[in-house]
Design a protein around this ligand. Structure first.
Ligand code: NAD
Length: 249
């Protein structure tokens, strides 16, 4: 039985990939899940293995409950029960005013960002909770500063989906606190990753960086550091908490 087993959803690139590599450095056996980026996810696994770590990549769309159930069963079989979950998979769609958004767009955003995080947390809790014979564990949800700032004229749907993650974090943290599970969240600001080019708006980090008190975008590794701290024993009395990794925004 491995001591530290972590699942990072959408771990093939960006914040998820940085978290996977740092987790392996800190002694975790790592599972990264991916939806489309098979090669990128396997490259992360290769990188970890090359440094002497243990990792695997599993295809799973977090918006599909059946995929998520299969993902956790695969993880159980290969590495045993997980001790840490990072709900990182998330999407952003093209910048748009609210008048132009339709319900289908909202459904897509909420299916991945909201329902995906919920179902993954449920599967993790079924395995971690001392109520079900588990040994406890920790969950970190990747929210966004948009949850508390809003994203007017840009991504109001995305902001709402991240606010749902915040409410999920607070609610779950209380529900499972006495069962050995801590649930926290990070709220990144603008971070240099491909989410802006592939979903939102290329060049967004540079466009908004002057509104950041630190006058720069963040790096994925800077978010990964906060995630790993929240998962660690150093955060043993921290649950239902949020860390903004946003340069003061
Ligand atoms: P990214 O696009 O590089 O990474 C997101 C990953 O999630 C990708 O690998 C993508 O394939 C995967 N993914 C998307 N939908 C999925 C699904 N349905 N099932 C499985 N995997 C799926 O972007 P990132 O910036 O690294 O984003 C990571 C998280 O950080 C996201 O939740 C995002 O909302 C959040 N975030 C990012 C920023 C930023 O500025 N980059 C700011 C605030 C919050």
């Amino acid at each position: 039985m491995r001591d530290k087993v972590i699942l990072i959803t959408g771990g093939g690139r960006g914040i998820g990939a940085a978290t996977a590599v740092l987790a392996a450095e800190q002694g975790y056996t790592v599972c990264v899940s991916y939806r489309q980026n098979r090669d990128a996810a396997h490259a992360v696994v290769g990188d970890i293995e090359q440094r002497g770590g243990e990792a695997m990549a599993v295809a799973a769309d977090v918006a599909s409950e059946a995929d998520v159930v299969r993902l956790f069963e695969t993880l159980d079989r290969r590495f045993g029960p997980l001790t840490a979950l990072v709900n990182n998979a998330g999407i952003l769609e093209r910048q748009m005013r609210v008048e132009d958004m339709d319900a289908a767009r909202l459904a897509r955003i909420f299916a991945t960002n909201g329902t995906g995080s919920f179902v993954c947390a449920r599967e993790a809790i079924r395995r971690m909770s001392t109520r079900h014979g588990g040994k406890g564990g920790a969950i970190v949800n990747v929210s966004s500063v948009a949850a508390r700032l809003g994203a007017p004229d840009e991504y109001v749907d995305y902001a709402a989906s991240k606010a749902a993650i915040d409410a999920l974090t607070i609610g779950l943290s209380k529900e499972v606190a006495a069962e050995g599970i801590r649930v926290n969240a990070v709220r990144p600001g603008v971070i240099h990753t491909d989410i802006h080019a592939s979903g939102g708006e290329p060049g967004r980090v540079d466009r908004v960086k002057d509104a950041v008190p630190m006058k720069r975008g963040g790096q994925a590794a800077e978010v990964a550091n906060a995630i790993l701290w929240l998962l660690s024993e150093q955060a043993s009395y921290t649950t239902g908490a949020f860390i903004d990794v946003a340069g003061g925004r």
